[in-house]
Design a protein around this ligand. Sequence first.
Ligand SMILES: Cc1cc2nc3c(=O)[nH]c(=O)nc-3n(C[C@H](O)[C@H](O)[C@H](O)COP(=O)(O)O)c2cc1C
Length: 220
Amino acid sequence: MNDPQKERREPPADLEMRLGQAMYTQRATRRLKPDAIPDSTVASILDAATQAPSGANQQPARFLVIRDAELRRRFGALYFEAWWAKRRDHQGWKTKADIPADDTNHQLAAVLADEIGEAPVIVLVLARGADWGHSVYPSVQNLLLAARAYGVGSVLTILHPDVLERVFDLFEIPKDWHLYCCIPLGYPRGSFGPTSRLPHSAVSFSDQWGQPFDTSSDEN
Ligand SMILES: Cc1cc2nc3c(=O)[nH]c(=O)nc-3n(C[C@H](O)[C@H](O)[C@H](O)COP(=O)(O)O)c2cc1C
């Protein structure tokens, strides 16, 4: 390794949930307790994030960890504005009454918009420039899975352009950086998982586009 800052580390001894269990129960957790998360746990979650692959191992992702109560409160107000700006643009909704009763995804997302400032930790994920998504999101997924393994709820969220300048000013982020996502962390008020996803047969092809993937070759 040429860069002395890049080092090999052992995984934290307490990061031990079975990978399958973590993957199949890592859900958008938006109802979060305000209870503090130990700094050591947050550090281990961030360390797991750093283990992800990136193009040429350039590791462009940076994590701004917001724990200060006043900053969380002020960010929470901006997140609320951003979430409702997205609803205005995408669905034309203006208030909670506009959200269909059976749309639990948006119902819960609206709760997060009200409450995100009370999450004990909010992580902003950034890189210098807007072209690093491929190398940023693997680390985000590691972060989400590690949080799950520690019993910490999380949800990947993105902001609306309306608020970005004020978010950057609030945290004194240099203008040449790009905000990829915002992840509140907190112990869940409810329980985790299971996820509800398309089966692999609905999203996978075999050898030729459109040709179903099957497992019949296992029988040969
Ligand atoms: C790119 C991306 C953007 C998202 N943005 C938001 C968001 O702004 N607010 C929110 O509450 N959830 C957001 N989510 C969470 C998704 O709604 C959630 O992962 C999806 O509905 C699956 O939910 P589940 O894990 O509970 O099944 C986002 C997820 C992704 C991957």
